[in-house]
Write a protein of this length. Structure first.
Length: 181
């Protein structure tokens, strides 16, 4: 059997995994990460090795959620230049350079926050242990607690993508892009 690619960290019995849904649940499509993680959690049996959580934070504030985990699967909304609403991307921290939500000089990108946290001695997962499943969205500015139709249609595929990350032996192949330009 061939060895897995070194950029993928497969879970072991002692690996602690966090599945983290990100977003604002009252800003239409921005809440897609939270909805996906809620649906994925409902499909899994409780286990000590996998924790499901939700957060409406970014930058430095995100580090508190990541401490102590070996692997993290984050699910969030994304707006790219050429994406179609409902597309799903599989990204790593280095793929995310900037945020449209940076409100101050204290808010850092995910790679910058991880670097700072590690330099401060925080027990954070390595970059190869972090997967970001990002759903291309249409509307992240309108107040509303439900997603637009294209995003609602993408949620089941995103849930399958999350579950596939948790079970590398899964035969469920969910098409995802690996670039967000």
């Amino acid at each position: 059997m061939d060895k897995p690619a070194p950029s993928i960290q497969y879970p072991t019995p002692q690996t602690k995994t966090l599945v983290l849904g990100l977003g604002n649940p009252i800003l239409t499509d921005d809440g897609v990460g939270i909805q996906v993680v809620q649906a994925a959690a409902a499909r899994r049996s409780p286990t000590d090795a996998v924790t499901f959580a939700e957060a409406s934070v970014g930058g430095l504030r995100l580090l508190d959620f990541l401490v102590g985990y070996d692997r993290v699967v984050m699910v969030d909304a994304i707006r790219s230049h050429d994406g179609r609403p409902g597309e799903i991307y599989r990204l790593g921290p280095s793929d995310l350079a900037a945020s449209i939500h940076s409100g101050s000089t204290h808010d850092l990108s995910l790679p910058e926050a991880l670097t700072l946290g590690r330099r401060l001695g925080m027990a954070l997962p390595e970059d190869q242990g972090i997967v970001i499943l990002a759903v291309e969205v249409e509307d992240i500015l309108t107040f509303g607690d439900s997603c637009t139709p294209a995003i609602i249609a993408a949620i089941p595929r995103a849930v399958e993508a999350v579950l596939a990350q948790l079970d590398p032996s899964s035969s469920a192949a969910v098409p995802v892009r690996t670039d967000a330009k």
